[in-house]
Design a protein around this ligand. Structure first.
Ligand SMILES: [Zn+2]
Length: 189
């Protein structure tokens, strides 16, 4: 799957909208991305998981680790494609941690998988969870990289799509200046 195929899947499922949006942060953007909408179709999730897993096929991974909630579905599908278990870390008192009896051993070779990487913060945090458990992180991946290459990681990082979706303060928004109608993603009319 190349970048165009992936973006077509996103557009067809309404996971990538182009226009003029007011985000929950209050900022404006010309694009809106919601991975859950493409992943709601299991066939899409499976295909994206297989494509992402192909980048990590040579690493002898033994487990996929994802941050909840966004990384769950794609992490599971990458685990399926690699033939390894897929576990997740979730927040407890603000910090990502392994719960539910999930464990990693020193022999584990972990691939960290997320849906979208924006700043790289939660990817780094998830890498730390695996490292603290004594495992080796051999790679990290996401369906979409919207960091613009800003997310510096200590492990090889691969994504299926690189997207730049700039956000603007309303007063500086070029789309407002052009008089483009503003919509709130997710609202139905
Ligand atoms: Zn605007």
């Amino acid at each position: 799957m190349d970048q165009k195929n992936v973006l077509d899947l996103f557009r067809k499922s309404g996971a990538l909208l182009e226009g003029h949006f007011r985000l929950t942060s209050g900022l404006h953007s010309g694009g809106y991305l919601q991975c859950a909408l493409v992943l709601q179709y299991p066939a899409n999730a499976e295909a994206l998981g297989r494509a992402l897993a192909a980048h990590f096929a040579d690493l002898n991974a033994t487990a996929v680790l994802s941050p909840a909630l966004g990384g769950l579905i794609i992490g599971h599908e990458v685990g399926r494609a690699l033939g390894v278990r897929a576990i997740f870390a979730e927040r407890q008192d603000g910090a990502l941690t392994l719960r539910r009896g999930f464990a990693l051993a020193a022999s584990d070779r972990v691939v960290v998988i997320e849906d979208v990487v924006t700043t790289g913060g939660s990817t780094r945090e998830t890498i730390d969870v695996a490292t603290r458990a004594g495992a080796t992180v051999v790679g990290a991946g996401a369906i979409v990289d919207r960091s613009g290459g800003a997310s510096k990681l200590d492990v090889p990082f691969r994504s299926l799509v690189t997207l730049s979706l700039p956000t603007y303060e309303p007063a500086q928004c070029p789309l407002c200046a052009q008089g483009v109608a503003l919509t709130k993603p997710g609202s139905r009319t």
